[in-house]
Ligand binder design. Structure first.
Ligand code: HAM
Length: 434
């Protein structure tokens, strides 16, 4: 038993796992750029009030899951680790006067979030999100554009069977009447409500709809539906979002019970699930419109919409589908070995020249016998072993193609070019698998 372990609910991402993460982060960054979203980075912690006001005080995220930083005595401010990126990004939008920039301001961020949740498969205390935000566009076309972008991300990542669940949760005009009706529904069943939900009945009744308590399933099944109570503007917006999705050919399923776990949402709300997993609190990603959030955080009234895609759950889902690891990722193209175990300087110099030419190369620096060095090169999955021997005096080395079992003498001056050429031919030639 080691003395120290990673904190509960956190993991080390080990080198065999990180190629998948690197691939997903690159894909996120490429897609965001292609769709016109520019990278933003906000601090990993903010004033707690940013989350209390933004995400909402009566939400699981703020009530139970916020990682509060113990205040140092000289500081009056209360800080918390970010449980999600949207509130911080909107805080930055207001702080930096982005309202004066051409609208919408389209921003993207990929990074760690922190929630003090009960750890289990797919639920961690530190997890990663790919986040997209378009601030300053009332929609409905951008709503569809964002949902299409999220769907494409999963598809390009290689995950099959992702479904979009879609709903509208109304706005300040129509939600109050709906909330009154919803509250009446729960009041009629008050004896069956778990104590936590009873407590929330007056404070934030919408939260009861996405309660994780199994006792709530039946009570929620026949609860009134927000989509039956939308005002004309919200109903039109919702119909237009659907029309745009239909025009783009993006499949979705209407889910009237979908309310999301954060308070800032208005109108469009959506989640991404693996088909058949909808009931399991295992959303792969989710988002929606937040037309009141900029104002709530001190800016002028400005609409916004975005999504957060959980990378941890995506990696788990890819692994389940046998698409997790990128086999061979990180293997060097060439390993420089030598007949004279002591001559590490020559091996290091040749590897350094190959690296300078853009080739992934390792020098065997272990001062062991040539046979052992060659075994190591094969174990690494290298394409070539470059054998430094007596020919070096004439400015030449042996280039061994490990999978092909062939070997030839190559001048050191031509080595990088020859390795690059043969490696490209191997990768892209007839019968190549990658
Ligand atoms: P969220 O639904 O709270 O939305 O989180 C988005 C995704 O993050 C979830 O669907 C899930 O995949 C992942 N996630 C959440 N909590 C955990 C956890 N404890 N462990 C692992 N993965 C988790 C938001 O955060 C909003 N900011 C999304 C958004 C952006 N809405 C508008 N703009």
């Amino acid at each position: 038993m080691p003395t120290f372990r990673a904190p509960r609910g956190t993991r080390d991402l080990l080198p065999d796992e990180t190629p998948t993460w690197t691939r997903l982060e690159r894909l996120a960054s490429d897609l965001a750029t292609r769709y016109g979203y520019r990278r933003i980075e906000t601090p990993m912690f903010e004033q707690t009030a940013v989350f209390e006001r933004g995400v909402g005080e009566v939400t699981d995220i703020v009530e139970k899951e916020l990682f509060r930083i113990a205040p140092r005595s000289e500081e009056a401010e209360s800080w918390s680790l970010r449980p999600e990126p949207t509130a911080g990004i909107v805080r930055a939008y207001v702080q930096h006067g982005m309202q004066t920039w051409p609208q919408p301001v389209k921003l993207s961020m990929t990074g760690s979030m922190f929630r003090y949740d009960r750890p289990q498969a797919g639920r961690y205390r530190q997890f990663w999100q790919f986040d997209i935000e378009a601030i300053g566009d009332p929609g409905p076309a951008v709503d569809a554009e964002i949902i299409e972008l999220g769907s494409r991300y999963y598809r390009d990542a290689g995950l099959e069977g992702v479904e979009v669940l879609l709903n509208s949760i109304g706005d300040a005009a129509c939600r109050p009447a709906y909330i009154a009706e919803l509250r009446a529904h729960y009041r009629d069943r008050i004896d069956a409500l778990p104590p936590v939900e009873r407590d929330r009945l007056d404070r934030n009744v919408l939260r009861l709809l996405d309660s994780k308590d199994p006792a709530m399933t039946a009570i929620n099944a026949d609860a009134p539906r927000i989509t039956d109570h939308l005002c004309e503007d919200c109903a039109t917006h919702f119909a237009d979002v659907r029309a745009h999705l239909d025009a783009l050919g993006v499949p979705y399923r209407l889910e009237p019970g979908l309310v999301r776990g954060l308070d800032y949402y208005t109108r469009t709300a959506f989640e991404f699930y693996l088909h058949g997993r909808e009931g399991q609190q295992q959303a792969l990603g989710g988002g929606g419109r937040y037309d009141g959030l900029v104002e709530l955080l001190g800016g002028r009234p400005t609409p916004g919409i975005g999504f957060g895609i959980g990378l941890d759950r995506l990696v788990l889902a890819l692994e389940e589908q046998g698409r997790g690891s990128s086999a061979g990722a990180g293997a060097p193209t060439a390993v420089v070995v030598g007949a004279d175990p002591a001559d590490t300087a020559s091996r290091l110099r040749i590897a350094t020249e190959l690296r300078a030419a853009g080739i992934t190369a390792r020098a065997d620096l272990a001062r062991r016998k040539l046979g052992k060095q060659l075994e190591g090169a094969s174990r690494d999955g290298a394409h070539f072993a470059i054998i430094v021997g007596d020919e070096l005096a004439a400015g030449e080395v042996q280039l061994r193609d490990l999978p092909a079992g062939t070997q030839k003498v190559v001048p050191v001056a031509d080595l990088a070019r020859e390795v690059a050429r043969s490696h490209a031919a191997h990768r892209h030639g007839p019968g190549a698998s990658d």
